[in-house]
Structures are given as structure tokens and as C-alpha cells.
Design a protein around this ligand. Structure first.
Ligand SMILES: [Zn+2]
Length: 488
């Protein structure tokens, strides 16, 4: 089969022209979301803006899907193939950063900020959706384009619930887009599986100076669980990782805490391994509760399978990446990149100048993404697009610097072109969709996908609410007045 011969090139040319014509609107959307700086589950302004643009363009909107107030599904067209595009749009805590300067300076001290480029992911998703839809309508391409907005990626929450609740049941193939320092696509296992759970210990208070023997110390439960897992670290397999933050350690030293909580992440290269690690942690938590005379409640906030890439789709996307090419960076953009790289002591080689083609399957990383479950349900690839400074690590102030500059703006247009073209290829060439489904079956090798979420598990609606309530009024002062307007 030669997919390239049936490429609907006129539709792609039309779609690229649409994106070039709307570059200013894409940049404006990107920057609006950057300044919203909303944490996971609290992306209300972001989702409102994204869904309004889709609705205005003629997509049918379903908001609040799978119990997520800031999640959505937008559809255009009818019948098969059903091509899904999905991405995230949440910010990170305590990483507010002024864009465009190579020094650490928050927009609002202590506030959340985009430092992983999910604002750009969102702009690419919407731009690609509008462009692909315009081309579908113009060239009469049959099928359904489905756009999913996935909340709280930074806490790896939403997509396992979407898949569990059937939102991907009729999808043929899916594409996920994510910012990077260069274009990249891969196949095989790409990221790790992860179980995210909170352990809340409950005991009884007492005056720590006067009658400590009356207390049952919930913080002891947290500490003993920590010690248990520290001992267990010797016996984990090399791909495993576990890390935690204590989210509640009591109020003051002379009141023995009756409530204490710790939030753990358990990772492994396989879903089975992450599940096993979590089960061991559960036993250790129960042991800690026994030792501290407390009770423990365990809440699995989310549990994700490792992201995998389908080879057929990866090869398809690679052809589109080569067609689009890297953005042409200006001297000023490259100078900002080099200054930033020098500032944080990484190789100061500026912005990406050449695409590095795939050479065999991807190397699996220890990062995770809640898109993982989608990639075991249907053939999927993750398209990384160049819109940030290479060598800079995410979840750090420096990663916020490029995100509302022309580096992000040019990268968003390039990313949207590759993503929209990949979708159009699937609509214009249904054989490639069938081929992806065939190779996907082979790639799964008999592994049956089964959600790692406990039965009946509900989304964590209060996640990040208190932090956003505190910072939103301060961030609002920096919201952009100008709103994106896309020309047909
Ligand atoms: Zn991300």
C-alpha cells in the first residue's frame, strides 16, 4: 500500500493557507490561555474560550463530558472514519513567569503558570480543528472529526475516565499533540504507566505537651508509610519510580494531628507493574495505620497506561512533518533561546534547525501522560511540535519564557499544519486508517486493555480549587483584552 499516492494534497494546501491566514488569531488564542494560567480541573476560562471557537465554527459541542466540568468533545461531520484529536490545557503550580525575558520573574508571585506549554497544545488543537474542518467542508471529505479537551493532564487525570466512559468507543484513530523543542513522533512504548493516589490517615488529637498519650497521631501514619516505602525501594524493578508530597501534615506542633495526608505517584514501564507497586503501597499504608493506631483511606485519583505510538500513524505523521518543515526562526528568537539556555546552564545551541527522522521504535521515557489509555484503546500517535526552547526542562520557570512569544506562535502554526494534515490524510485515504487498525492489533500482542481506575471512581472535582480561588483575582488583572478571531 502506498499511502502517499492518495494524499489529498489540495485539501492540505487549503488547510495550510487557512492556518497562515489565521496566524494572528492562533497567537492570540495561545497568549489568552497563557495568561489564564489555570490549574487542572479549574480550566474554566480556557475551556470556555476553546469551546466557543469550535462552536462558532460549526462543531457540535458536548461540554462537561465524563463528569469533568472543563472537559469537552466537539464533533464535525458524520460517519466513519472517526478521527479524534485531543490535548490538555492546564498550567502548573507556583511557576508564574513573565514570557520573553531570560530571567526568573513571576507575573504574580507564587501563582500558577504555564511552564509545560499546554497553552500552545490548546492553540494547536483548536487551530488544527478549525483548519481541518474548513478543508473537509470545502473538499467534501467524509467522516467525523472529534476534538477532545482533556483537563488536568498535569495530575494525569481525565483521559482514563473518558475511555472508561465510552467516549472513544467509536473512534477509529487518534492524535495527541504536545509541545517540544523540535518536531518528533515515535512508535512503540513512549511513556510510563502511573497510579496517582492519596492516603489519608485519621486518628485523634491531644495536647502534645500535656497529654500526648491520649493522641492517635495521623502524621505518624504518613511517616511510617514513608519509611515502609523507603525500605521497599531496594526491591523495586529498575523501571519503577515513586514520589510523594505531604499534602496535610497537621496545623501546629502542640496539637497532635488527627488528620494527615500524603499524595503518591507510582510509575512503571507497564500498567501491570504500576498496579503491583500501588498494591504494595496499599499494604504498607495499612501496616502504617496498624502501627500508628490510625485508620487510612485510599483514594485513587487516577491511573494511566503507558503512552504508546502506532507505527502506521507515526509514519503518516512523519511524512506530514517533512512536508511542513521547521519554522524559520529570526535572529531575535534564536538569541532569546541562547540567553535562556545559558542562564539555566544547558547546551546553548539555540532553536531547532533540523528534524531528526525516526530510527526504529521510540525509547520509553519515565514521564507519563493521561493520554496513555487512549493509545491502548485505539491506534494513536503523539505529535511533538517545535514551539519551545530545546534543552529546557518543563516544570521550571525557564520553560514559561518562550510560551507567549513568537517562538510559540510560529511553532503553533507549524504544529497545527502537521496535525491537521495528518487528520486530512486519514479522511482522504481510509485505507491508511484500516492499516493503522491492523498494525495496532499486532502491536498489542494479545494484551487486553482494562482501566486501572477502581470501579465507580469519580473525577476529583475539587482538585486545585483552593489555589485557583486564591490566585484567580490576581491573575485576572493580566488577562488579555483582545480575543482571537478566526477568518473563514
Ligand atoms: Zn505536558
Amino acid at each position: 500500500m502506498n499511502a502517499a499516492t492518495s494524499t489529498p494534497s489540495a485539501a492540505k494546501a487549503y488547510c495550510f493557507d487557512y492556518l497562515d491566514r489565521n496566524a494572528a488569531a492562533i497567537a492570540c488564542l495561545n497568549d489568552n490561555i497563557f495568561y489564564f494560567a489555570e490549574l487542572g480541573m479549574q480550566e474554566f476560562e480556557t475551556a470556555k474560550l476553546m469551546t466557543a471557537l469550535l462552536e462558532e465554527a460549526g462543531f457540535a459541542l458536548e461540554r462537561g463530558i465524563a463528569g469533568f466540568p472543563t472537559g469537552f468533545c466537539a464533533s464535525f461531520g458524520s460517519g466513519h472514519p472517526v478521527i479524534a484529536l485531543h490535548t490538555e490545557y492546564d498550567a502548573n503550580p507556583d511557576n508564574s513567569q513573565i514570557s520573553g525575558i531570560a530571567e526568573q520573574k513571576p507575573i504574580v508571585e507564587g501563582a500558577p503558570g504555564h511552564c509545560e506549554g499546554h497553552n500552545v497544545n490548546a492553540a494547536v488543537l483548536i487551530a488544527a480543528a478549525l483548519a481541518a474542518k474548513a478543508a473537509m467542508a470545502k473538499f467534501g471529505l467524509a467522516g467525523t472529526l472529534k476534538i477532545f479537551g482533556a483537563p488536568a493532564e498535569e495530575q494525569l487525570v481525565s483521559r482514563p475516565y473518558f475511555v472508561r466512559d465510552g467516549w472513544f468507543d467509536d473512534v477509529d484513530v487518534a492524535f495527541h499533540n504536545h509541545i517540544a523543542g523540535n518536531f518528533r513522533v515515535g512508535y512503540g512504548l513512549i511513556q510510563a504507566a502511573l497510579v496517582s493516589a492519596t492516603f489519608t490517615f485519621r486518628g485523634e488529637t491531644a495536647h502534645a505537651g500535656v497529654a500526648p498519650w491520649r493522641a492517635r497521631d495521623a502524621l505518624d501514619g504518613v511517616v511510617l508509610m514513608d519509611m515502609g516505602l523507603a525500605q521497599y525501594r531496594e526491591h523495586i524493578t529498575p523501571g519503577m519510580r515513586m514520589h510523594r508530597v505531604i499534602t496535610d501534615g497537621g496545623d501546629q506542633p502542640n496539637v497532635v494531628p488527627r488528620r494527615a495526608a500524603v499524595w503518591w505517584h507510582f510509575r512503571d514501564s507497564t500498567a501491570e507493574g504500576a498496579g503491583k507497586l500501588f498494591e504494595q503501597a496499599r499494604r504498607i499504608a495499612e501496616g502504617a495505620a496498624l502501627m500508628s493506631n490510625t485508620k487510612v483511606e485510599i483514594d485513587v485519583m487516577s491511573a494511566v497506561w503507558p503512552v504508546r505510538g502506532n507505527r502506521t500513524l507515526a509514519e503518516l505523521v512523519e511524512r506530514e512533518i517533512e512536508r511542513v518543515g521547521l519554522p524559520r526562526w529570526s535572529e531575535e528568537e534564536d538569541a532569546l533561546a541562547r540567553a535562556l539556555q545559558a542562564k539555566v546552564n544547558v547546551a546553548a545551541d539555540g532553536l531547532a534547525r533540523a528534524y531528526v527522522p525516526m530510527r526504529g521504535p521510540s525509547e520509553q521515557r519515565t514521564s507519563a501522560n493521561d493520554a496513555g489509555d487512549v493509545s491502548w484503546k485505539v491506534p494513536m500517535v503523539k505529535l511533538y511540535f517545535p514551539a519551545t526552547v530545546p534543552n529546557i526542562s518543563f516544570h521550571h520557570w525557564a520553560a514559561g519564557v518562550p510560551l507567549a512569544t513568537s517562538i510559540a506562535h510560529k511553532g503553533a502554526v507549524a504544529g497545527a499544519k502537521a496535525l491537521a494534515a495528518a487528520a486530512l490524510e486519514c479522511f482522504g485515504n481510509p485505507a491508511v486508517v484500516e492499516e493503522a487498525k491492523r498494525t495496532f492489533k499486532e502491536e498489542l500482542g494479545g494484551v487486553t486493555y482494562k482501566s486501572l481506575l477502581p470501579p465507580g471512581q469519580k473525577p476529583p472535582l475539587d482538585l486545585n480549587r483552593a489555589t485557583m480561588d486564591k490566585f484567580r483575582p490576581l491573575l485576572e488583572k493580566h488577562y488579555l483584552k483582545e480575543k482571537p478571531r478566526f477568518a473563514p
